[in-house]
Design a protein around this ligand. Structure first.
Ligand SMILES: [Mg+2]
Length: 267
């Protein structure tokens, strides 16, 4: 009995010492809580999604009044543009994990919800004779569940020839857009990531991304329709200088360094 007590005492000391000396474990996904929560709970996100697709309809109507030499087409991204991936991001927070953990399993479920206004607008476009192209960086082996998910949510032209375009080589979508432009007049591009619009935004540093946006100022809200995505995207890649191999601690440092506070205090 005495031995047991002594053993327990020594074990307790060991645990306390370990706790005192071990650095606190970094919650790698906690910084995502606000971002995912905003997408999942705010009426504002729903409003912005409707706003994007209402504007898209207005712009499309304008375009269809013009003469086009080729058939008109609309190019849309998939994730966070027509399908809601916030539940996947929320799962990452709950598991304290990061992409791509569980991504393929999530895609395979094919149960992502449609974003507000997306299916209504694309069906409107298709009914007016406009070709719809889905250009996504999901990978080719994910074609079947992606197709199924889009069909389940009532999206049009999913099975049209060349309509569902998945990532083949590299993340730039420019080559896909060029292929589509050979036969169609792309009148609208809709996405949550600058890379969904033009190659001039690809792989750029933070300041250069902003300059590229300024240089295309008149295209936003006319030819380019942007949906908000606070959870991930090339904007986050730029924060890490596109070095996705950084440790969670180093990513955290990069994020904090870039916060531009009102006090301008430097510690
Ligand atoms: Mg996207």
């Amino acid at each position: 009995m005495h031995f047991k007590r002594t053993g327990f005492f020594l074990f307790s000391i060991f645990i306390l010492t370990r706790c005192a000396s071990a650095p606190p474990e970094l919650a790698v996904a906690d910084y995502q809580i606000g971002a995912a929560l905003w997408h999942q709970t705010s009426g504002e996100f729903r409003a912005l999604s409707y706003q994007a697709y209402n504007l898209a309809r207005y712009r499309l109507d304008n375009e269809l009044r013009k003469k086009h030499t080729k058939p008109p087409a609309v190019v849309v991204d998939v994730d966070q543009t027509v399908l809601d991936g916030a539940p996947y991001q929320a799962e990452l927070v709950k598991k304290n994990s990061s992409y791509p953990d569980g991504w393929n399993a999530y895609v395979e479920r094919a149960d992502g919800e449609a974003l507000p206004g997306a299916a209504g607008f694309l069906n409107y476009a298709a009914n007016r004779g406009v070709k719809v192209f889905y250009v996504t960086n999901r990978k080719e082996p994910q074609r079947a569940p992606t197709r199924l998910n889009l069909l389940r949510r009532g999206f049009p032209n999913v099975d049209g020839p060349g309509a569902l375009v998945l990532q083949s080589s590299g993340t730039s979508k420019e080559n896909h857009r060029e292929t589509i432009r050979k036969n169609y007049d792309v009148v609208l591009l809709i996405g949550d990531n600058l890379g969904d619009f033009d190659k001039s935004f690809d792989d750029k540093a933070i300041a250069d991304r902003k300059h590229a946006v300024d240089a295309s100022e008149k295209l936003f809200g006319s030819k380019y329709i942007v949906l908000p995505n606070t959870m991930y995207g090339a904007w986050e890649g730029a924060v890490y200088d596109y070095n996705w191999k950084l440790s969670p601690a180093d990513r955290d440092k990069k994020r904090r360094v870039l916060l531009d506070g009102a006090s301008k205090a430097v510690e």
